[in-house]
Design a protein. Structure first.
Length: 121
């Protein structure tokens, strides 16, 4: 019985820690002209797709963003893949990109990912 309780406590804590990590901003230092690739796991067959939430992002004029789109993982129907972007720093400053994983017809995202770019020479 104690092992079961310990397992469920560990499982609960692991879920909580994962949620906190998902909410924390990621940071990336770059110099003007450098590029950085971002990839998020995606399964558009479920209706969920990753996109950039411009209203929750800031300093996007400091970056050049190229959307690489969805790339299928396995050749099975409905198999997940990845959505990728290439980000190039243009000039010094701080920019934040917020990615959202959501269905277009639903108001709230299922997941978010924020990356803060600190660009300096």
């Amino acid at each position: 019985m104690r092992k079961r309780v310990a397992f469920f406590v560990a499982f609960y804590l692991a879920l909580g820690a994962g949620s906190l990590q998902a909410l924390a901003d990621e940071g990336r230092r770059m110099k003007p002209g450098e590029t950085f690739s971002v990839s998020n796991k995606e399964n558009p067959s479920t209706g969920y797709v990753w996109s950039i939430d411009a209203s929750a992002s800031a300093g996007l004029d400091l970056l050049a963003i190229s959307d690489g789109g969805h790339k299928a993982g396995k050749s099975l129907p409905g198999a997940p893949g990845t959505h990728s972007w290439t980000i190039r720093a243009l000039e010094p400053g701080t920019a934040t990109i917020q990615f959202v994983y959501k269905r277009p017809w639903e108001p709230a995202p299922a997941e978010t990912r924020r990356i803060v770019f600190k660009i300096s020479p």
